[in-house]
Design a protein around this ligand. Sequence first.
Ligand code: H2B
Length: 93
Amino acid sequence: MPLMNESEISERLQSTSGWQRQGEQIVRLFTFGNFIQAMEFVNQVAEKAEAAGHHPDIDIRYNKVRLALSTHDAGGLTQRDFDLAASVDALLS
Ligand SMILES: C[C@H](O)[C@H](O)[C@H]1CNC2=NC(N)=NC(=O)C2=N1
Protein backbone atom coordinates (compact mmCIF):
# COMPACT_ATOMS: atom_id res chain seq x y z
CA MET A 1 0.00 0.00 0.00
CA PRO A 2 1.64 3.30 -1.11
CA LEU A 3 2.06 6.28 1.18
CA MET A 4 -0.41 9.10 0.54
CA ASN A 5 0.94 12.48 -0.52
CA GLU A 6 0.17 15.72 1.31
CA SER A 7 -2.76 16.74 -0.87
CA GLU A 8 -4.36 13.29 -0.67
CA ILE A 9 -4.01 13.40 3.13
CA SER A 10 -5.59 16.89 3.38
CA GLU A 11 -8.44 15.84 1.13
CA ARG A 12 -9.24 12.69 3.10
CA LEU A 13 -8.95 14.48 6.42
CA GLN A 14 -11.68 16.88 5.35
CA SER A 15 -14.12 14.03 4.85
CA THR A 16 -13.07 12.18 8.02
CA SER A 17 -14.47 14.49 10.66
CA GLY A 18 -12.97 14.41 14.12
CA TRP A 19 -9.63 12.94 13.12
CA GLN A 20 -6.55 15.09 13.29
CA ARG A 21 -3.16 14.63 11.82
CA GLN A 22 -0.25 14.27 14.21
CA GLY A 23 2.89 13.70 12.20
CA GLU A 24 2.68 10.32 10.49
CA GLN A 25 -0.53 9.38 12.31
CA ILE A 26 -4.17 10.38 12.40
CA VAL A 27 -5.73 10.51 15.85
CA ARG A 28 -9.21 10.91 17.32
CA LEU A 29 -10.41 11.19 20.90
CA PHE A 30 -13.75 9.59 21.75
CA THR A 31 -15.61 10.34 25.00
CA PHE A 32 -18.24 8.02 26.51
CA GLY A 33 -20.52 8.07 29.53
CA ASN A 34 -18.40 5.67 31.53
CA PHE A 35 -15.63 3.07 31.40
CA ILE A 36 -17.89 0.17 30.38
CA GLN A 37 -19.19 2.09 27.36
CA ALA A 38 -15.63 3.00 26.43
CA MET A 39 -14.61 -0.67 26.62
CA GLU A 40 -17.59 -1.78 24.54
CA PHE A 41 -16.49 0.68 21.86
CA VAL A 42 -12.89 -0.57 22.04
CA ASN A 43 -14.09 -4.15 21.58
CA GLN A 44 -16.07 -3.13 18.50
CA VAL A 45 -12.98 -1.36 17.17
CA ALA A 46 -10.98 -4.53 17.82
CA GLU A 47 -13.34 -6.54 15.61
CA LYS A 48 -13.09 -3.98 12.80
CA ALA A 49 -9.31 -3.89 13.14
CA GLU A 50 -8.98 -7.68 13.00
CA ALA A 51 -11.25 -7.85 9.96
CA ALA A 52 -9.15 -5.18 8.23
CA GLY A 53 -5.80 -6.64 9.36
CA HIS A 54 -4.97 -3.11 10.48
CA HIS A 55 -4.73 -2.10 14.13
CA PRO A 56 -4.86 1.27 15.87
CA ASP A 57 -2.80 2.26 18.86
CA ILE A 58 -5.37 2.52 21.66
CA ASP A 59 -5.16 4.57 24.84
CA ILE A 60 -8.03 4.09 27.31
CA ARG A 61 -8.48 6.49 30.23
CA TYR A 62 -11.73 5.84 32.12
CA ASN A 63 -14.36 7.18 29.67
CA LYS A 64 -11.96 8.46 27.01
CA VAL A 65 -10.49 6.45 24.16
CA ARG A 66 -7.75 7.80 21.94
CA LEU A 67 -7.14 5.97 18.67
CA ALA A 68 -4.06 6.57 16.53
CA LEU A 69 -3.66 5.12 13.05
CA SER A 70 -0.59 4.77 10.90
CA THR A 71 0.69 2.17 8.48
CA HIS A 72 3.87 0.97 10.12
CA ASP A 73 5.17 -1.15 7.29
CA ALA A 74 4.78 1.78 4.85
CA GLY A 75 6.21 4.30 7.33
CA GLY A 76 3.28 6.74 7.30
CA LEU A 77 -0.31 7.30 6.22
CA THR A 78 -2.05 5.17 3.62
CA GLN A 79 -5.64 4.57 2.49
CA ARG A 80 -5.82 1.77 5.02
CA ASP A 81 -5.66 4.28 7.88
CA PHE A 82 -8.46 6.41 6.49
CA ASP A 83 -10.56 3.37 5.60
CA LEU A 84 -10.31 2.06 9.16
CA ALA A 85 -11.02 5.55 10.56
CA ALA A 86 -14.22 5.70 8.48
CA SER A 87 -15.18 2.22 9.59
CA VAL A 88 -14.67 3.20 13.26
CA ASP A 89 -16.71 6.37 12.78
CA ALA A 90 -19.53 4.29 11.31
CA LEU A 91 -19.79 2.43 14.64
CA LEU A 92 -21.05 5.65 16.21
CA SER A 93 -23.58 6.67 13.58
C1 H2B B 1 1.32 -8.79 9.03
C2 H2B B 1 0.30 -7.78 9.45
O1 H2B B 1 -0.73 -7.68 8.50
C3 H2B B 1 0.95 -6.43 9.63
O2 H2B B 1 1.93 -6.48 10.63
C4 H2B B 1 -0.08 -5.35 9.94
C5 H2B B 1 -0.81 -5.58 11.23
N1 H2B B 1 -1.51 -4.39 11.67
C6 H2B B 1 -1.05 -3.17 11.35
N2 H2B B 1 -1.62 -2.10 11.86
C7 H2B B 1 -1.16 -0.89 11.60
N3 H2B B 1 -1.77 0.17 12.15
N4 H2B B 1 -0.13 -0.70 10.78
C8 H2B B 1 0.49 -1.73 10.19
O3 H2B B 1 1.45 -1.51 9.42
C9 H2B B 1 0.02 -3.03 10.46
N5 H2B B 1 0.57 -4.09 9.90
